[in-house]
Write a protein that binds this ligand. Structure first.
Ligand SMILES: Cc1cc2nc3c(=O)[nH]c(=O)nc-3n(C[C@H](O)[C@H](O)[C@H](O)COP(=O)(O)O)c2cc1C
Length: 222
């Protein structure tokens, strides 16, 4: 499966079986996380075989079951665009995980912090976590806003912009709020976050999808 197919097929999955992440999958995930940390300066950590974070009433209320592994998205509070970076690099890991047969769900609220399971230094902030594992199902497609509501796309837009926006509306966003706006400005694109919880994390996720869909690199951003 290539990464564009992963974008089409990824949906949030909240129920997992008890197969542990081991062997080649574990090695690949750890290598990718190390690479993302080096590139971004974030402190992303994979927590495996730790069921407590998702056993609380809150997690059950959030319809999670069988979550034993998760990715902690954290970084220095002073890191510029910390939330957006967590979104961007987290989604990079999510889509690679999808390609490896794993399923995921971004989780802002419905879990409990288990401090002994990971390390958050004094000057760091835990932004969000991502549940990961072998899904009991593949999730389902979310309802989506029309491309014209989240971007300046129109019939005359170049194919790269249309493809980028198409990938962006498949991105996961908190409560499926899709409160972002992508505006084409000549050969650049400006990406704006709306207001709302995790809007900046959403923006990072959306920017990663747009880059993949459009085939453009990070230099596309105005
Ligand atoms: C930043 C962020 C935070 C999220 N927090 C939660 C959460 O706390 N609980 C939950 O069940 N889903 C959470 N989600 C998953 C969204 O509800 C889901 O991505 C959205 O409904 C779109 O569905 P999809 O991921 O299947 O495309 C979160 C997603 C994002 C991007």
């Amino acid at each position: 499966m290539d990464i564009r197919e992963a974008i089409q097929q990824r949906h949030s999955v909240r129920a997992y079986d008890d197969r542990p992440i081991t062997g080649e999958e574990l090695e690949k995930l750890e290598a990718l996380i190390k690479e993302c940390n080096e590139e971004s300066g974030l402190h992303i950590q994979l927590v495996t075989d730790e069921p407590k974070a998702f056993q609380s009433r809150l997690a059950r209320y959030g319809h999670f079951s069988g979550v034993r592994n998760y990715i902690v998205m954290a970084g220095r509070r002073r890191l510029e665009k910390l939330d957006e970076l967590c979104g961007y690099y987290g989604e990079k890991i999510v889509l690679e995980a999808q390609r490896m047969g794993l399923r995921t769900c971004w989780v802002g609220a419905t879990y409990k912090k288990i401090p002994e399971a990971f390390e958050i230094l004094d000057d760091e902030k835990l932004v969000i976590v991502i549940a990961i594992g072998y899904g009991l199902d593949d999730g389902k497609e979310h309802k989506s806003k029309k491309a014209g509501l989240v971007s300046s796309v129109n019939a005359d837009s170049p194919a790269w912009f249309k493809n980028g926006v198409r990938a962006a509306i498949l991105a996961p966003t908190a409560m499926n709020q899709q409160k972002f706006y992508l505006q084409k400005e000549w050969d650049k694109v400006s990406a704006k976050a709306g207001f709302g919880p995790y809007a900046k994390v959403d923006l990072g996720i959306v920017k990663y999808h747009f880059e993949i869909g459009s085939g453009k690199g990070h230099e596309i951003w105005a």
